[in-house]
Design a protein around this ligand. Sequence first.
Ligand code: PD2
Ligand code: ZN
Length: 285
Amino acid sequence: MAEPIITPELRRWVVAQAEAGRRPEDVVAAMRASGWPEADAMAAMARVLADRLDPMAAERRTAAEPAGPMPEPDLSQSPPLLVIEGHPVQVLATLKRPRVLVFGGLLTAAECDALVELARPRLLRSETVDTATGGSEVNAARTSDGMFFARGETELIARIERRIAALLRWPVERGEGLQVLRYRPGAEYRPHHDYFDPGQPGTAAVLARGGQRLATLVMYLDTPAGGGATSFPDIGLEVAPVKGHAVFFSYDRPHASTRTLHGGAPVLAGEKWVATKWLRERRFD
Ligand code: PD2
Ligand code: ZN
């Protein structure tokens, strides 16, 4: 028998019934009354209750479940470069698990310079989404200055967004607006995950707009004279910030087992500028 699909709502409901001391047969009867076949209702209830007793087993099972579609370039022919809307993008490095790709020449030097000049007058000390509240807060773990562009805000931004969408085969509408960060010497971004933590109370409000983040593209707009690598501590990878290059990584579950912990190492000399594009499950409006 195929495993029944257990939505988060159903999971919460079954747990609430159990905590309220309702008998399993009554819970199954309630599910049957709302249209569940008896065998599916029993299997779903057993699964939810077993997951509560052994969360690690639940995590292993979720890890084995096929994820939905993910942003991903077409590398089926192992091309050294992809020509995206007439623009050549080098494929410099690829890692399967976690999925990490390094691109060269994703942006031209002129595009990098133009983005920096558009962003510079609008920089503020960076804020991050606070999933405890659903709002945003100045975060001591991030000492950069930042700003967000609206999607399609200028012709340049729209062109870059179309290029990213074609490269990663993910609709423009499922991307957040570009974020630009500037790191001065000493500034860093301590290791974190980019997905929203499902365990935090404010996450539901954040997910209501576009669903989870599935992938990150960090584009380097300048080459600092020292430091500033994007590091992935779980896998011992450091990506050098080189103007026009970009690092892409994806995470099919909002869980640390994706090994997508990453940070921006302190800049030692010069300035580091990046533009980040986050890709969501659904339309982000
Ligand atoms: O600037 C970086 O290298 C960096 C590191 C970690 C950017 C981000 N995270 C991000 O924008 O999420
Ligand atoms: Zn990040």
